[in-house]
Design a protein. Structure first.
Length: 432
């Protein structure tokens, strides 16, 4: 890999001169060293990622010649790639690393063959699962492969597999064992793994939201392998991400084990992807009031508060939004008030994550401090007054400022010694 900053030549050290990249090794679009040179139908060579972005943006002409493109096929320029690799090796003493040979996009014919095998009811579950595993590995290699999978119609096939397997499981209750085979379970989990690559439309969401499907998802969330749990949580997030399907959110949250499984994932701090999907899914479900009660009962408040300091920025913001939703219920407010870390952790997050996160933290603190004078004093000891004073003078959201002003009014009677903190009494800062 050649370590370059955008539109800049690599500088290997303060003592070395800038390494000059040969002109014909540069992509005409990005002007950077090409990593995967490909030839367009006009005969011009570009770096694959650059020309793919150009075409994906709706352009239908060659960037250099401005000729109309009637064929969007990209042919690997192996000769130029080898020359670039040789140049990298020759300049290794200057800190240039050899560019690895890139993996080529999936062959559409190979994709079609694997999809046909996966969808064939004549094949065994093990063979179908193997075909899905091949497709999943292709999707992991590069984003373009996911586009190819979608174009070849993989999503309807996956939905058919998931719903058909549930019907098959129902029928299996009549046999002596009453269980699916291990191969059937493997097929189901592989289908979930591939489906995680793609967004769902509302019709697909409704088709998947069958009681038996949701029950199986809940079982995987609670007892499956980590990969299966992540993929199950991802499906929950996909099913509940539409604001137009409010009833579907209630149906999903009402399925026994789903909320509990998501809360269980929140404690998997060693698995960032699991944590990220779990928080997104739980937040989506908590827009429905009945789901908030279930989340509180499952221990969501403690899981979110205890993990908050370790969450990444976007995860922390969603976690705080969820906490604010949960504390709007009586049980959620009580759980937040009873947790020893709740107040100091919420105070610490003000102005530390983002404007929205600060707004959510201030909202949760407003509810918490309104419930107990003891917690008001605890918040003051944690340094909330300084945080709020900075907040009302910052350029954060107006809602955050309003909540900060309300908090300052609420906490005024709890100040043990106003004369020791005269700044907090200034009416030009906080209009009481």
């Amino acid at each position: 890999m050649v370590k370059l900053k955008p539109n800049m030549m690599p500088v290997v050290s303060p003592l070395d001169l800038t390494v000059q990249i040969p002109y014909h090794f540069r992509c005409p679009i990005s002007l950077d060293l090409m990593r995967d040179p490909v030839i367009l139908c006009t005969g011009q060579t570009y770096d694959r990622s650059s020309i793919e972005k150009w075409v994906a943006s709706g352009n239908t002409t060659c960037p250099v010649t401005m000729q109309s493109l009637e064929d969007f096929t990209l042919i690997p320029n192996h000769t130029l790639r080898r020359l670039i690799q040789e140049w990298c090796v020759a300049n290794s003493s200057k800190g240039i690393e050899r560019i690895p040979t890139p993996k080529q996009p999936a062959d559409p014919q190979r994709v079609r063959s694997a999809i046909m095998e996966a969808s064939s009811s004549q094949s065994t579950a093990a063979i179908r699962a193997s075909a899905l595993r091949t497709l999943k590995n292709l999707g992991k290699e590069r984003d373009q492969n996911k586009t190819i999978l979608a174009q070849e119609g993989i999503v309807p096939v996956l939905i058919s597999i998931l719903t058909a397997e549930e019907e098959k499981q129902e029928e299996a209750k009549g046999n002596p064992e009453g269980l699916q085979s291990q191969s059937d379970d493997e097929l189901y989990e592989e289908a979930l793994g591939v489906l995680a690559f793609f967004p769902l439309n509302d019709a697909e969401r409704v088709r998947l939201a069958q009681p038996r499907v949701l029950a199986h998802i809940a079982s995987l969330l609670l007892w499956g392998s980590m990969e299966a749990r992540v993929n199950a949580a991802h499906l929950i997030e996909s099913l509940t991400s539409s604001d137009e399907l409010h009833e579907l959110r209630a149906m999903v949250g009402n399925t026994e084990g789903i909320v509990q499984g998501l809360v269980k994932i929140l404690r998997e701090l060693l698995y960032p992807r699991a944590l990220k999907v779990g928080i997104k899914s739980l937040l989506s479900l908590c827009f429905v009031k009945t789901n908030r009660e279930k989340a509180v009962a499952a221990g969501a408040v403690s899981a979110l508060i205890e993990g908050l300091v370790d969450f990444e920025k976007c995860d922390a913001e969603r976690a705080l939004a969820t906490i604010e939703l949960l504390c709007r219920t009586d049980s959620g407010c009580k759980a937040l008030c009873d947790h020893a870390l709740a107040v100091p952790v919420l105070v610490k997050t003000i102005l530390k994550v983002s404007g929205r996160a600060t707004e959510y933290a201030a909202g949760a603190l407003l509810v918490t401090c309104s419930a107990s004078e003891a917690l008001q004093k605890e918040a003051i000891q944690a340094g909330i007054l300084t945080q709020l004073l900075l907040l009302v003078q910052s350029d954060c959201t107006e809602r955050a400022k309003r909540k900060a002003q309300m908090l300052l009014k609420l906490l005024r009677n709890a100040w043990s010694d106003e004369s020791s903190s005269p700044a907090f009494c200034r009416t030009d800062v906080v209009p009481f």
